[in-house]
Design a protein. Sequence first.
Length: 370
Amino acid sequence: MLNTGISAVLGLGYWLIAAHYYSPSAVGQGSAAIAAMKLLAGLTAVTLTGALARFIPVAGRATGRLIFRTYVGSSVVVALGAGIFLLTLNTWGPSYRFLHGSVNGLGFILAIVAWNVLTLQDGVLTGLRSAPWVPVGNTVFSAVKLALLVGLASVLATSGVFVSWVAAIAFSVVPLGLLVFRRLVPRHIKATEEHAKPPTLREIGRFLAGDYTGSLFSLAVVYLVPVIIASQVSSEDNAYFYITTTIGGTVNLLAINMGASLTVEGSHDPARIAANTRAALKRMARIMLPICGLLFIGAPYILGVFGAGYADAATPLLRWFAVGALLRVVMETYFAVLRAQSRTSGLAWLQGLLCVLVLSLTLLLLPAWA
């Protein structure tokens, strides 16, 4: 919860500064590249966080190997995905034009690998029951990228948004990576050695067969839609959309992060899953109801801080995000319970249905509303 709050404040501050220091076109191009980076890195990073939360608590002496192999394997996959994306760059619209060239392309691939590790790191810390370190890392990352954003405005007028985001990743990944392998993993092994039950490859494979498939569907809903939008609209319109979806997505993170904690606690103590679920729902309702109400009523004023164009173009969209965030609470709680119980086949079906509905409506309505 603390991580989500800090990320929300610093994240929105980042885009507020970007809107004032950079043109809407530059913001649109930078946000398009960030959306593509999140989509491609999410092919493994987002889809494996559920498995990390499920198996790290019981991995025992295999914890370090599990984490390291996850980092390496996922990095190879996302690098290949990034290469394919760059080979088809001409089909993705004008917002991605600045990624052409071998140097820019290599930098983009490295950025995606780094973002992949950064995303997985949050899942690792949660699985190690060291979640307080997550806001520390994200605060450092957010603060550094804010400073770089301002510093690069006069030097990289077009690509400064993306470069500032990417360059800041190392300031979180490197120190927290050392912390994980040198301190937190040994402490976790010692604390759990009496009841550790390292998962077999078959157990992990069975879990991923459902959870990975379902997470791919969820990934498409969260990260593919912004890439589709960026490829179909002007850079200016993409800036309006991306900042609005960032605000709405930040609210959704409250439900997602609480769901991840519920998965971890359910794995540690399956007997209390029902009580923990009721407590999580009550906590979410107390937090989300006033936040979503404020977001709905204050939509034009919130967007107005970024500029009149943002408020005029995106107020209705932000209000839809406020309504959707309330529904997300119930969904993420149920998904968390299914992960804790390793019932991932049902999870995949539900997330697949949601993906089909969202993508179908996006492709159907975008030409008429763009």
